[in-house]
Design a protein around this ligand. Structure first.
Ligand code: UT7
Length: 331
């Protein structure tokens, strides 16, 4: 019997209704469409509005539609993993809340916190349960309501982020399609450059932490940028070399959507053309856990069985990684 691999058999995304433009941001802070487009490459981002709405609401919409699309009953799902840094609450895991909203009750669910690399970490973790032969249907969700931790008076952070969710179904494959290999890495030394100062056990929420705006994203943009450019490219090139994938062998690079300049630098180091890169940053901004599945969703129709695809990400932690997939179906 040939080796069991974990193949993506369906993709689905969800975006909230409200579209925030650069012009709207310019009314809230000293910025401009021109600066944001030149330095980051984002035109619009989607924002989840409404009292009591959280990450799980977007994720549940994506998962419900994914189950319909893949002809899966909720009771057939063995495992649901949610990658997020904006959980509905500190506990329980958002994955449990999503599963409840979708009616998934026969499996188990947990969250992974690896910031912008979260979807890759979750995808690889989920794939191991399939490869072991233990489970048949694993749902991987990447979802974030970044607007809940963005300071809309901070022009160095606010333009970058948006809200959104994406989900994929993983199922066993014996024909060599699916996740071929992964390289995942992290280095906690980088946490000083990108984090949320308060709200955890070190600094629980207090009037002081709220007054000091410590529940918002703290980011040293240039340091993050330098690390992201080098690590995302390093790991993607390493994956190409390891599997002797030449630039023309690669159908798609699916990069984390944080900054157009980071995406371009990664593609350049890999020696590939812009036409080989999935890009939707202009529409959605950086949805953290959501970027990679939202890219796959947007480009699903263009994907062909057998396509060589490299997914690559870098994020808070620091965390980064690349996953090599042999795509399993015609989109
Ligand atoms: O997934 C991981 C998440 N994060 C990232 O990947 C972020 C990585 N970093 C970046 O994308 C970029 O560093 C930023 C987009 C955050 C900033 O771009 P930059 O080209 O590194 O700008 P900078 O921080 O060097 O700032 C240049 C200037 C500064 O003004 P002065 O000091 O030269 O007068 C900033 O105050 O641009 C100013 N600036 C802005 N101006 C207009 C910073 N943000 C804005 C803004 N509008 N939104």
């Amino acid at each position: 019997m040939s080796k069991l691999t974990a193949a993506i058999t369906g993709v689905q995304g969800y975006l909230p209704d409200y579209v925030m433009t650069n012009d709207e941001l310019s009314t809230m802070m000293d910025t401009s469409d021109e600066w944001i487009m030149t330095r980051i490459g984002i035109k619009t981002r989607y924002i989840l509005k409404g009292e009591g709405k959280g990450t799980s609401d977007m994720a549940a919409e994506a998962v419900k539609a994914l189950l319909v699309k893949t002809n899966t009953l909720p009771e057939e799902v063995d495992l649901l993993i949610c990658a997020t840094v904006t959980p509905d609450m500190q506990f329980p895991a958002t994955a449990n809340i999503i599963a409840d909203k979708v009616g998934i009750r026969n499996g188990f669910n947990f969250d992974i916190n690896a910031a912008c690399s979260g979807f890759l970490y979750a995808l690889v973790t989920g794939s191991k349960y399939i490869e072991s032969g233990q489970y048949k249907k694993v749902v991987i969700v990447g979802a974030d309501k970044m607007s809940s931790i963005v300071d809309y008076t901070d022009r160095t952070v606010a333009p970058i982020f948006g809200d959104g969710a994406g989900a994929v179904m993983l199922e066993p494959n014996q024909d060599g399609f699916g996740i071929v290999d992964s390289i995942l890495q992290s280095d906690g030394v980088g946490r000083v450059h990108l984090h949320q100062k308060a709200g955890g056990s070190v600094k629980p929420a207090s009037h002081e932490t709220v007054d000091a705006r410590e529940h918002y994203i703290y980011q040293e943009g240039q340091a993050v940028f330098k690390w992201a450019v080098s690590k995302m490219a390093d790991v993607s090139v390493e994956m190409m070399e390891k599997h002797q994938i030449t630039p023309s062998d690669l159908a798609w690079l699916v990069p984390h959507q944080a900054n157009m300049r980071i995406i371009e630098a990664t593609a350049k180091r890999m020696g590939i053309e812009k036409e080989q890169v999935m890009i939707n940053i202009e529409k959605y901004g950086n949805t953290t856990g959501g970027t990679l599945p939202l890219c796959l969703w947007d480009y699903e129709k263009q994907l062909k069985k057998g396509d060589n695809i490299i997914l690559s990400a870098f994020g808070g932690g620091f965390t980064w990684g690349a996953v090599y997939i042999k795509w399993g179906y015609n989109g």
